[in-house]
Structures are given as C-alpha cells and as structure tokens.
Design a protein around this ligand. Structure first.
Ligand SMILES: Nc1ncnc2c1ncn2[C@@H]1O[C@H](COP(=O)(O)OP(=O)(O)O)[C@@H](O)[C@H]1O
Ligand SMILES: [Mg+2]
Length: 258
C-alpha cells in the first residue's frame, strides 16, 4: 500500500527524557487513522513531529515519498494541513479571512487572493456548515463553530493529508459526530488521509480504519479497531476494565467501561 506517512525509528525529547521512543509507523494513503492513549502519552508530540513543527533527534519522517525536512514550507502546506488543539484566538480576524488564510501556500508574494481562492474557501465553509458565520469574528463564535472554521481553513489548503489534534474534545455530542462524519466524508470522497488524536474510544473505534494506541511515548498496538481495542490492551493502557460488545448495526464493537 502506498504510504501517506512513513515513520522509521523516530525518537524525540524535549529535555533529557525521551518523550517518543522508537516510533515506527506506516499510514496508507486514503486511510482514517486515530491516535489514542492517556494524557501525556505523546500523541501531540507525535503529530508535531509528523508536520515538522518538532524535529526528531533520531529517525525519519517521510511524507508522500519525501523526507519531511526536504519540503519547502509552502510545499508541505499543500501536502498536509494541521488543525492544532485549541484554535488560536489571539487575533480577532473575521471568519472568512481566517478560512482564506488556508490559501497561503498557493498565493505568491505581494499577490492577493483570486476569485478562485475565494471560491475554494467558500466551498470549504459550505462543507463545514460555517458559511453563515463568514462575517462574524473568530472570537464571537462558539467553540464548536470555531473548530469547524479551523477545519474549513485546513480544507482550503487542499491537502492530501489532514492532521487533527483532539478536534472534538470540547464539543457536545452533536458536533462531535458532525465533525467526525465530515472527516469521514472527505476521507471517502476525496481520498484525504486523516490522522486524528481522540479521547473517545468508542467514536475512534466507529470511525477509524486503523487505531494507534500509545502509552509512555511508545506505540503499544496498531491495527484495525477490533484488533487494537481489546480488553487486555485497554486495561494495560488506561487501567480500566471494559466489556467489548458487538452490535449488529455497526461493523466495529462498542466498548463499555465496567
Ligand atoms: N513543550 C514541552 N516541553 C517539555 N515537555 C513537554 C512539552 N510538551 C509536552 N511535554 C511532555 O511530553 C509528554 C507527552 O506530551 P504530549 O505529546 O502533549 O501528550 P498527549 O498529547 O498524549 O497528551 C508529556 O510528559 C508532556 O508533559
Ligand atoms: Mg495532546
């Protein structure tokens, strides 16, 4: 299978201690992958190594057949968009301008956006149900709306790969589902490779092709949801006991804490 992302023997540390220890990973193009694991297990650090915000001290990250450090920043932004945890609301831009910022890898120096850029941004706002917010300011909308706006901005980058760090953590169940369904639709229709960190083990199980289960900076298990989300693995990583329940209408099992 063609790899969207290939990681070999990656090690990373902020100070002395290794935060990522010997990570090996192959993400097939067009797959929907969730990274699960307790707080502090290294999920965000791994995503930041993938998008080259952080640099491993050992090992390599290959994006679409090229070492990540070989990409020019605009080239990488055309390949991969990232929605970081917690939208940056330091500056109070309006929603449409925030979404249009996603066109930066395509706009040449001293040029302004074209009608095509605006059309792409508008389409992204339609897909994320944020078009009606376009004249509001980013501070003047709810957390769920802001999260959808940040996804709209990522989509205007027209990337091949979308990285999301806890995209649904502060949302109610309606918006959690809406965002995951949107990601699934983009994944299915545009063959967009999705890699997202999540805390909800049931939603991850339901939506993912593959799950990466992390603990203490290591990948404990990687595979299809039913292979990874076993009683034993959940006990080992989260220290809780669960029942695994198969429901007819879903391909993947439900996980019930006991
Ligand atoms: N900027 C930083 N400087 C030093 N240590 C950090 C920094 N960011 C995260 N860490 C540490 O790295 C470990 C992994 O963190 P993180 O990748 O944020 O985990 P997760 O996203 O799974 O909660 C934690 O022990 C955390 O305290
Ligand atoms: Mg995190």
């Amino acid at each position: 299978m063609v790899a969207a992302i290939q990681i070999e023997n990656l090690k990373f540390k902020y100070a002395e201690e290794d935060v990522l220890k010997y990570i090996n990973l192959h993400v097939p193009k067009g797959s929907f992958v969730s990274i699960l694991g307790p707080n502090g297990s290294g999920k965000t650090t791994l995503l930041k190594n993938v998008c080259h915000l952080l640099k491993p001290y050992e090992g390599k990250v290959v994006i679409s057949d090229q070492l990540v450090e070989r990409f020019k920043s605009k080239e990488l932004a055309r390949e991969m968009a990232v929605v970081h945890q917690g939208a940056n609301t330091e500056f109070d831009f309006n929603v449409e301008d925030v979404v249009l910022m996603g066109r930066f890898p395509y706009i040449k120096k001293f040029q302004s956006e074209t009608l095509e850029d605006i059309a792409i941004a508008t389409e992204a706002m339609k897909k994320t149900s944020t078009l009606h917010l376009k004249h509001k300011t980013i501070k003047g909308i709810s957390g769920g709306e802001r999260q959808r706006v940040m996804i709209a901005r990522a989509l205007t980058q027209e990337p091949q790969i979308l990285l999301l760090d806890e995209p649904i953590s502060h949302l109610d169940i309606k918006y959690q589902l809406e965002i995951l369904k949107l990601c699934k639709m983009l994944n299915a229709e545009n063959n967009l490779t999705i890699i997202t960190t999540l805390h909800d083990i049931n939603l991850a199980t339901r939506f993912s092709d593959y799950i990466i289960l992390m603990n203490h900076g290591e990948i404990v298990e990687i595979g299809k949801p039913f292979e990874v989300m076993t009683k034993e693995n959940i006990r080992r990583v989260y220290e809780v006991d669960v029942e695994i329940v198969k429901m007819d209408q879903f391909e993947n099992p439900m996980i019930v804490p006991i």
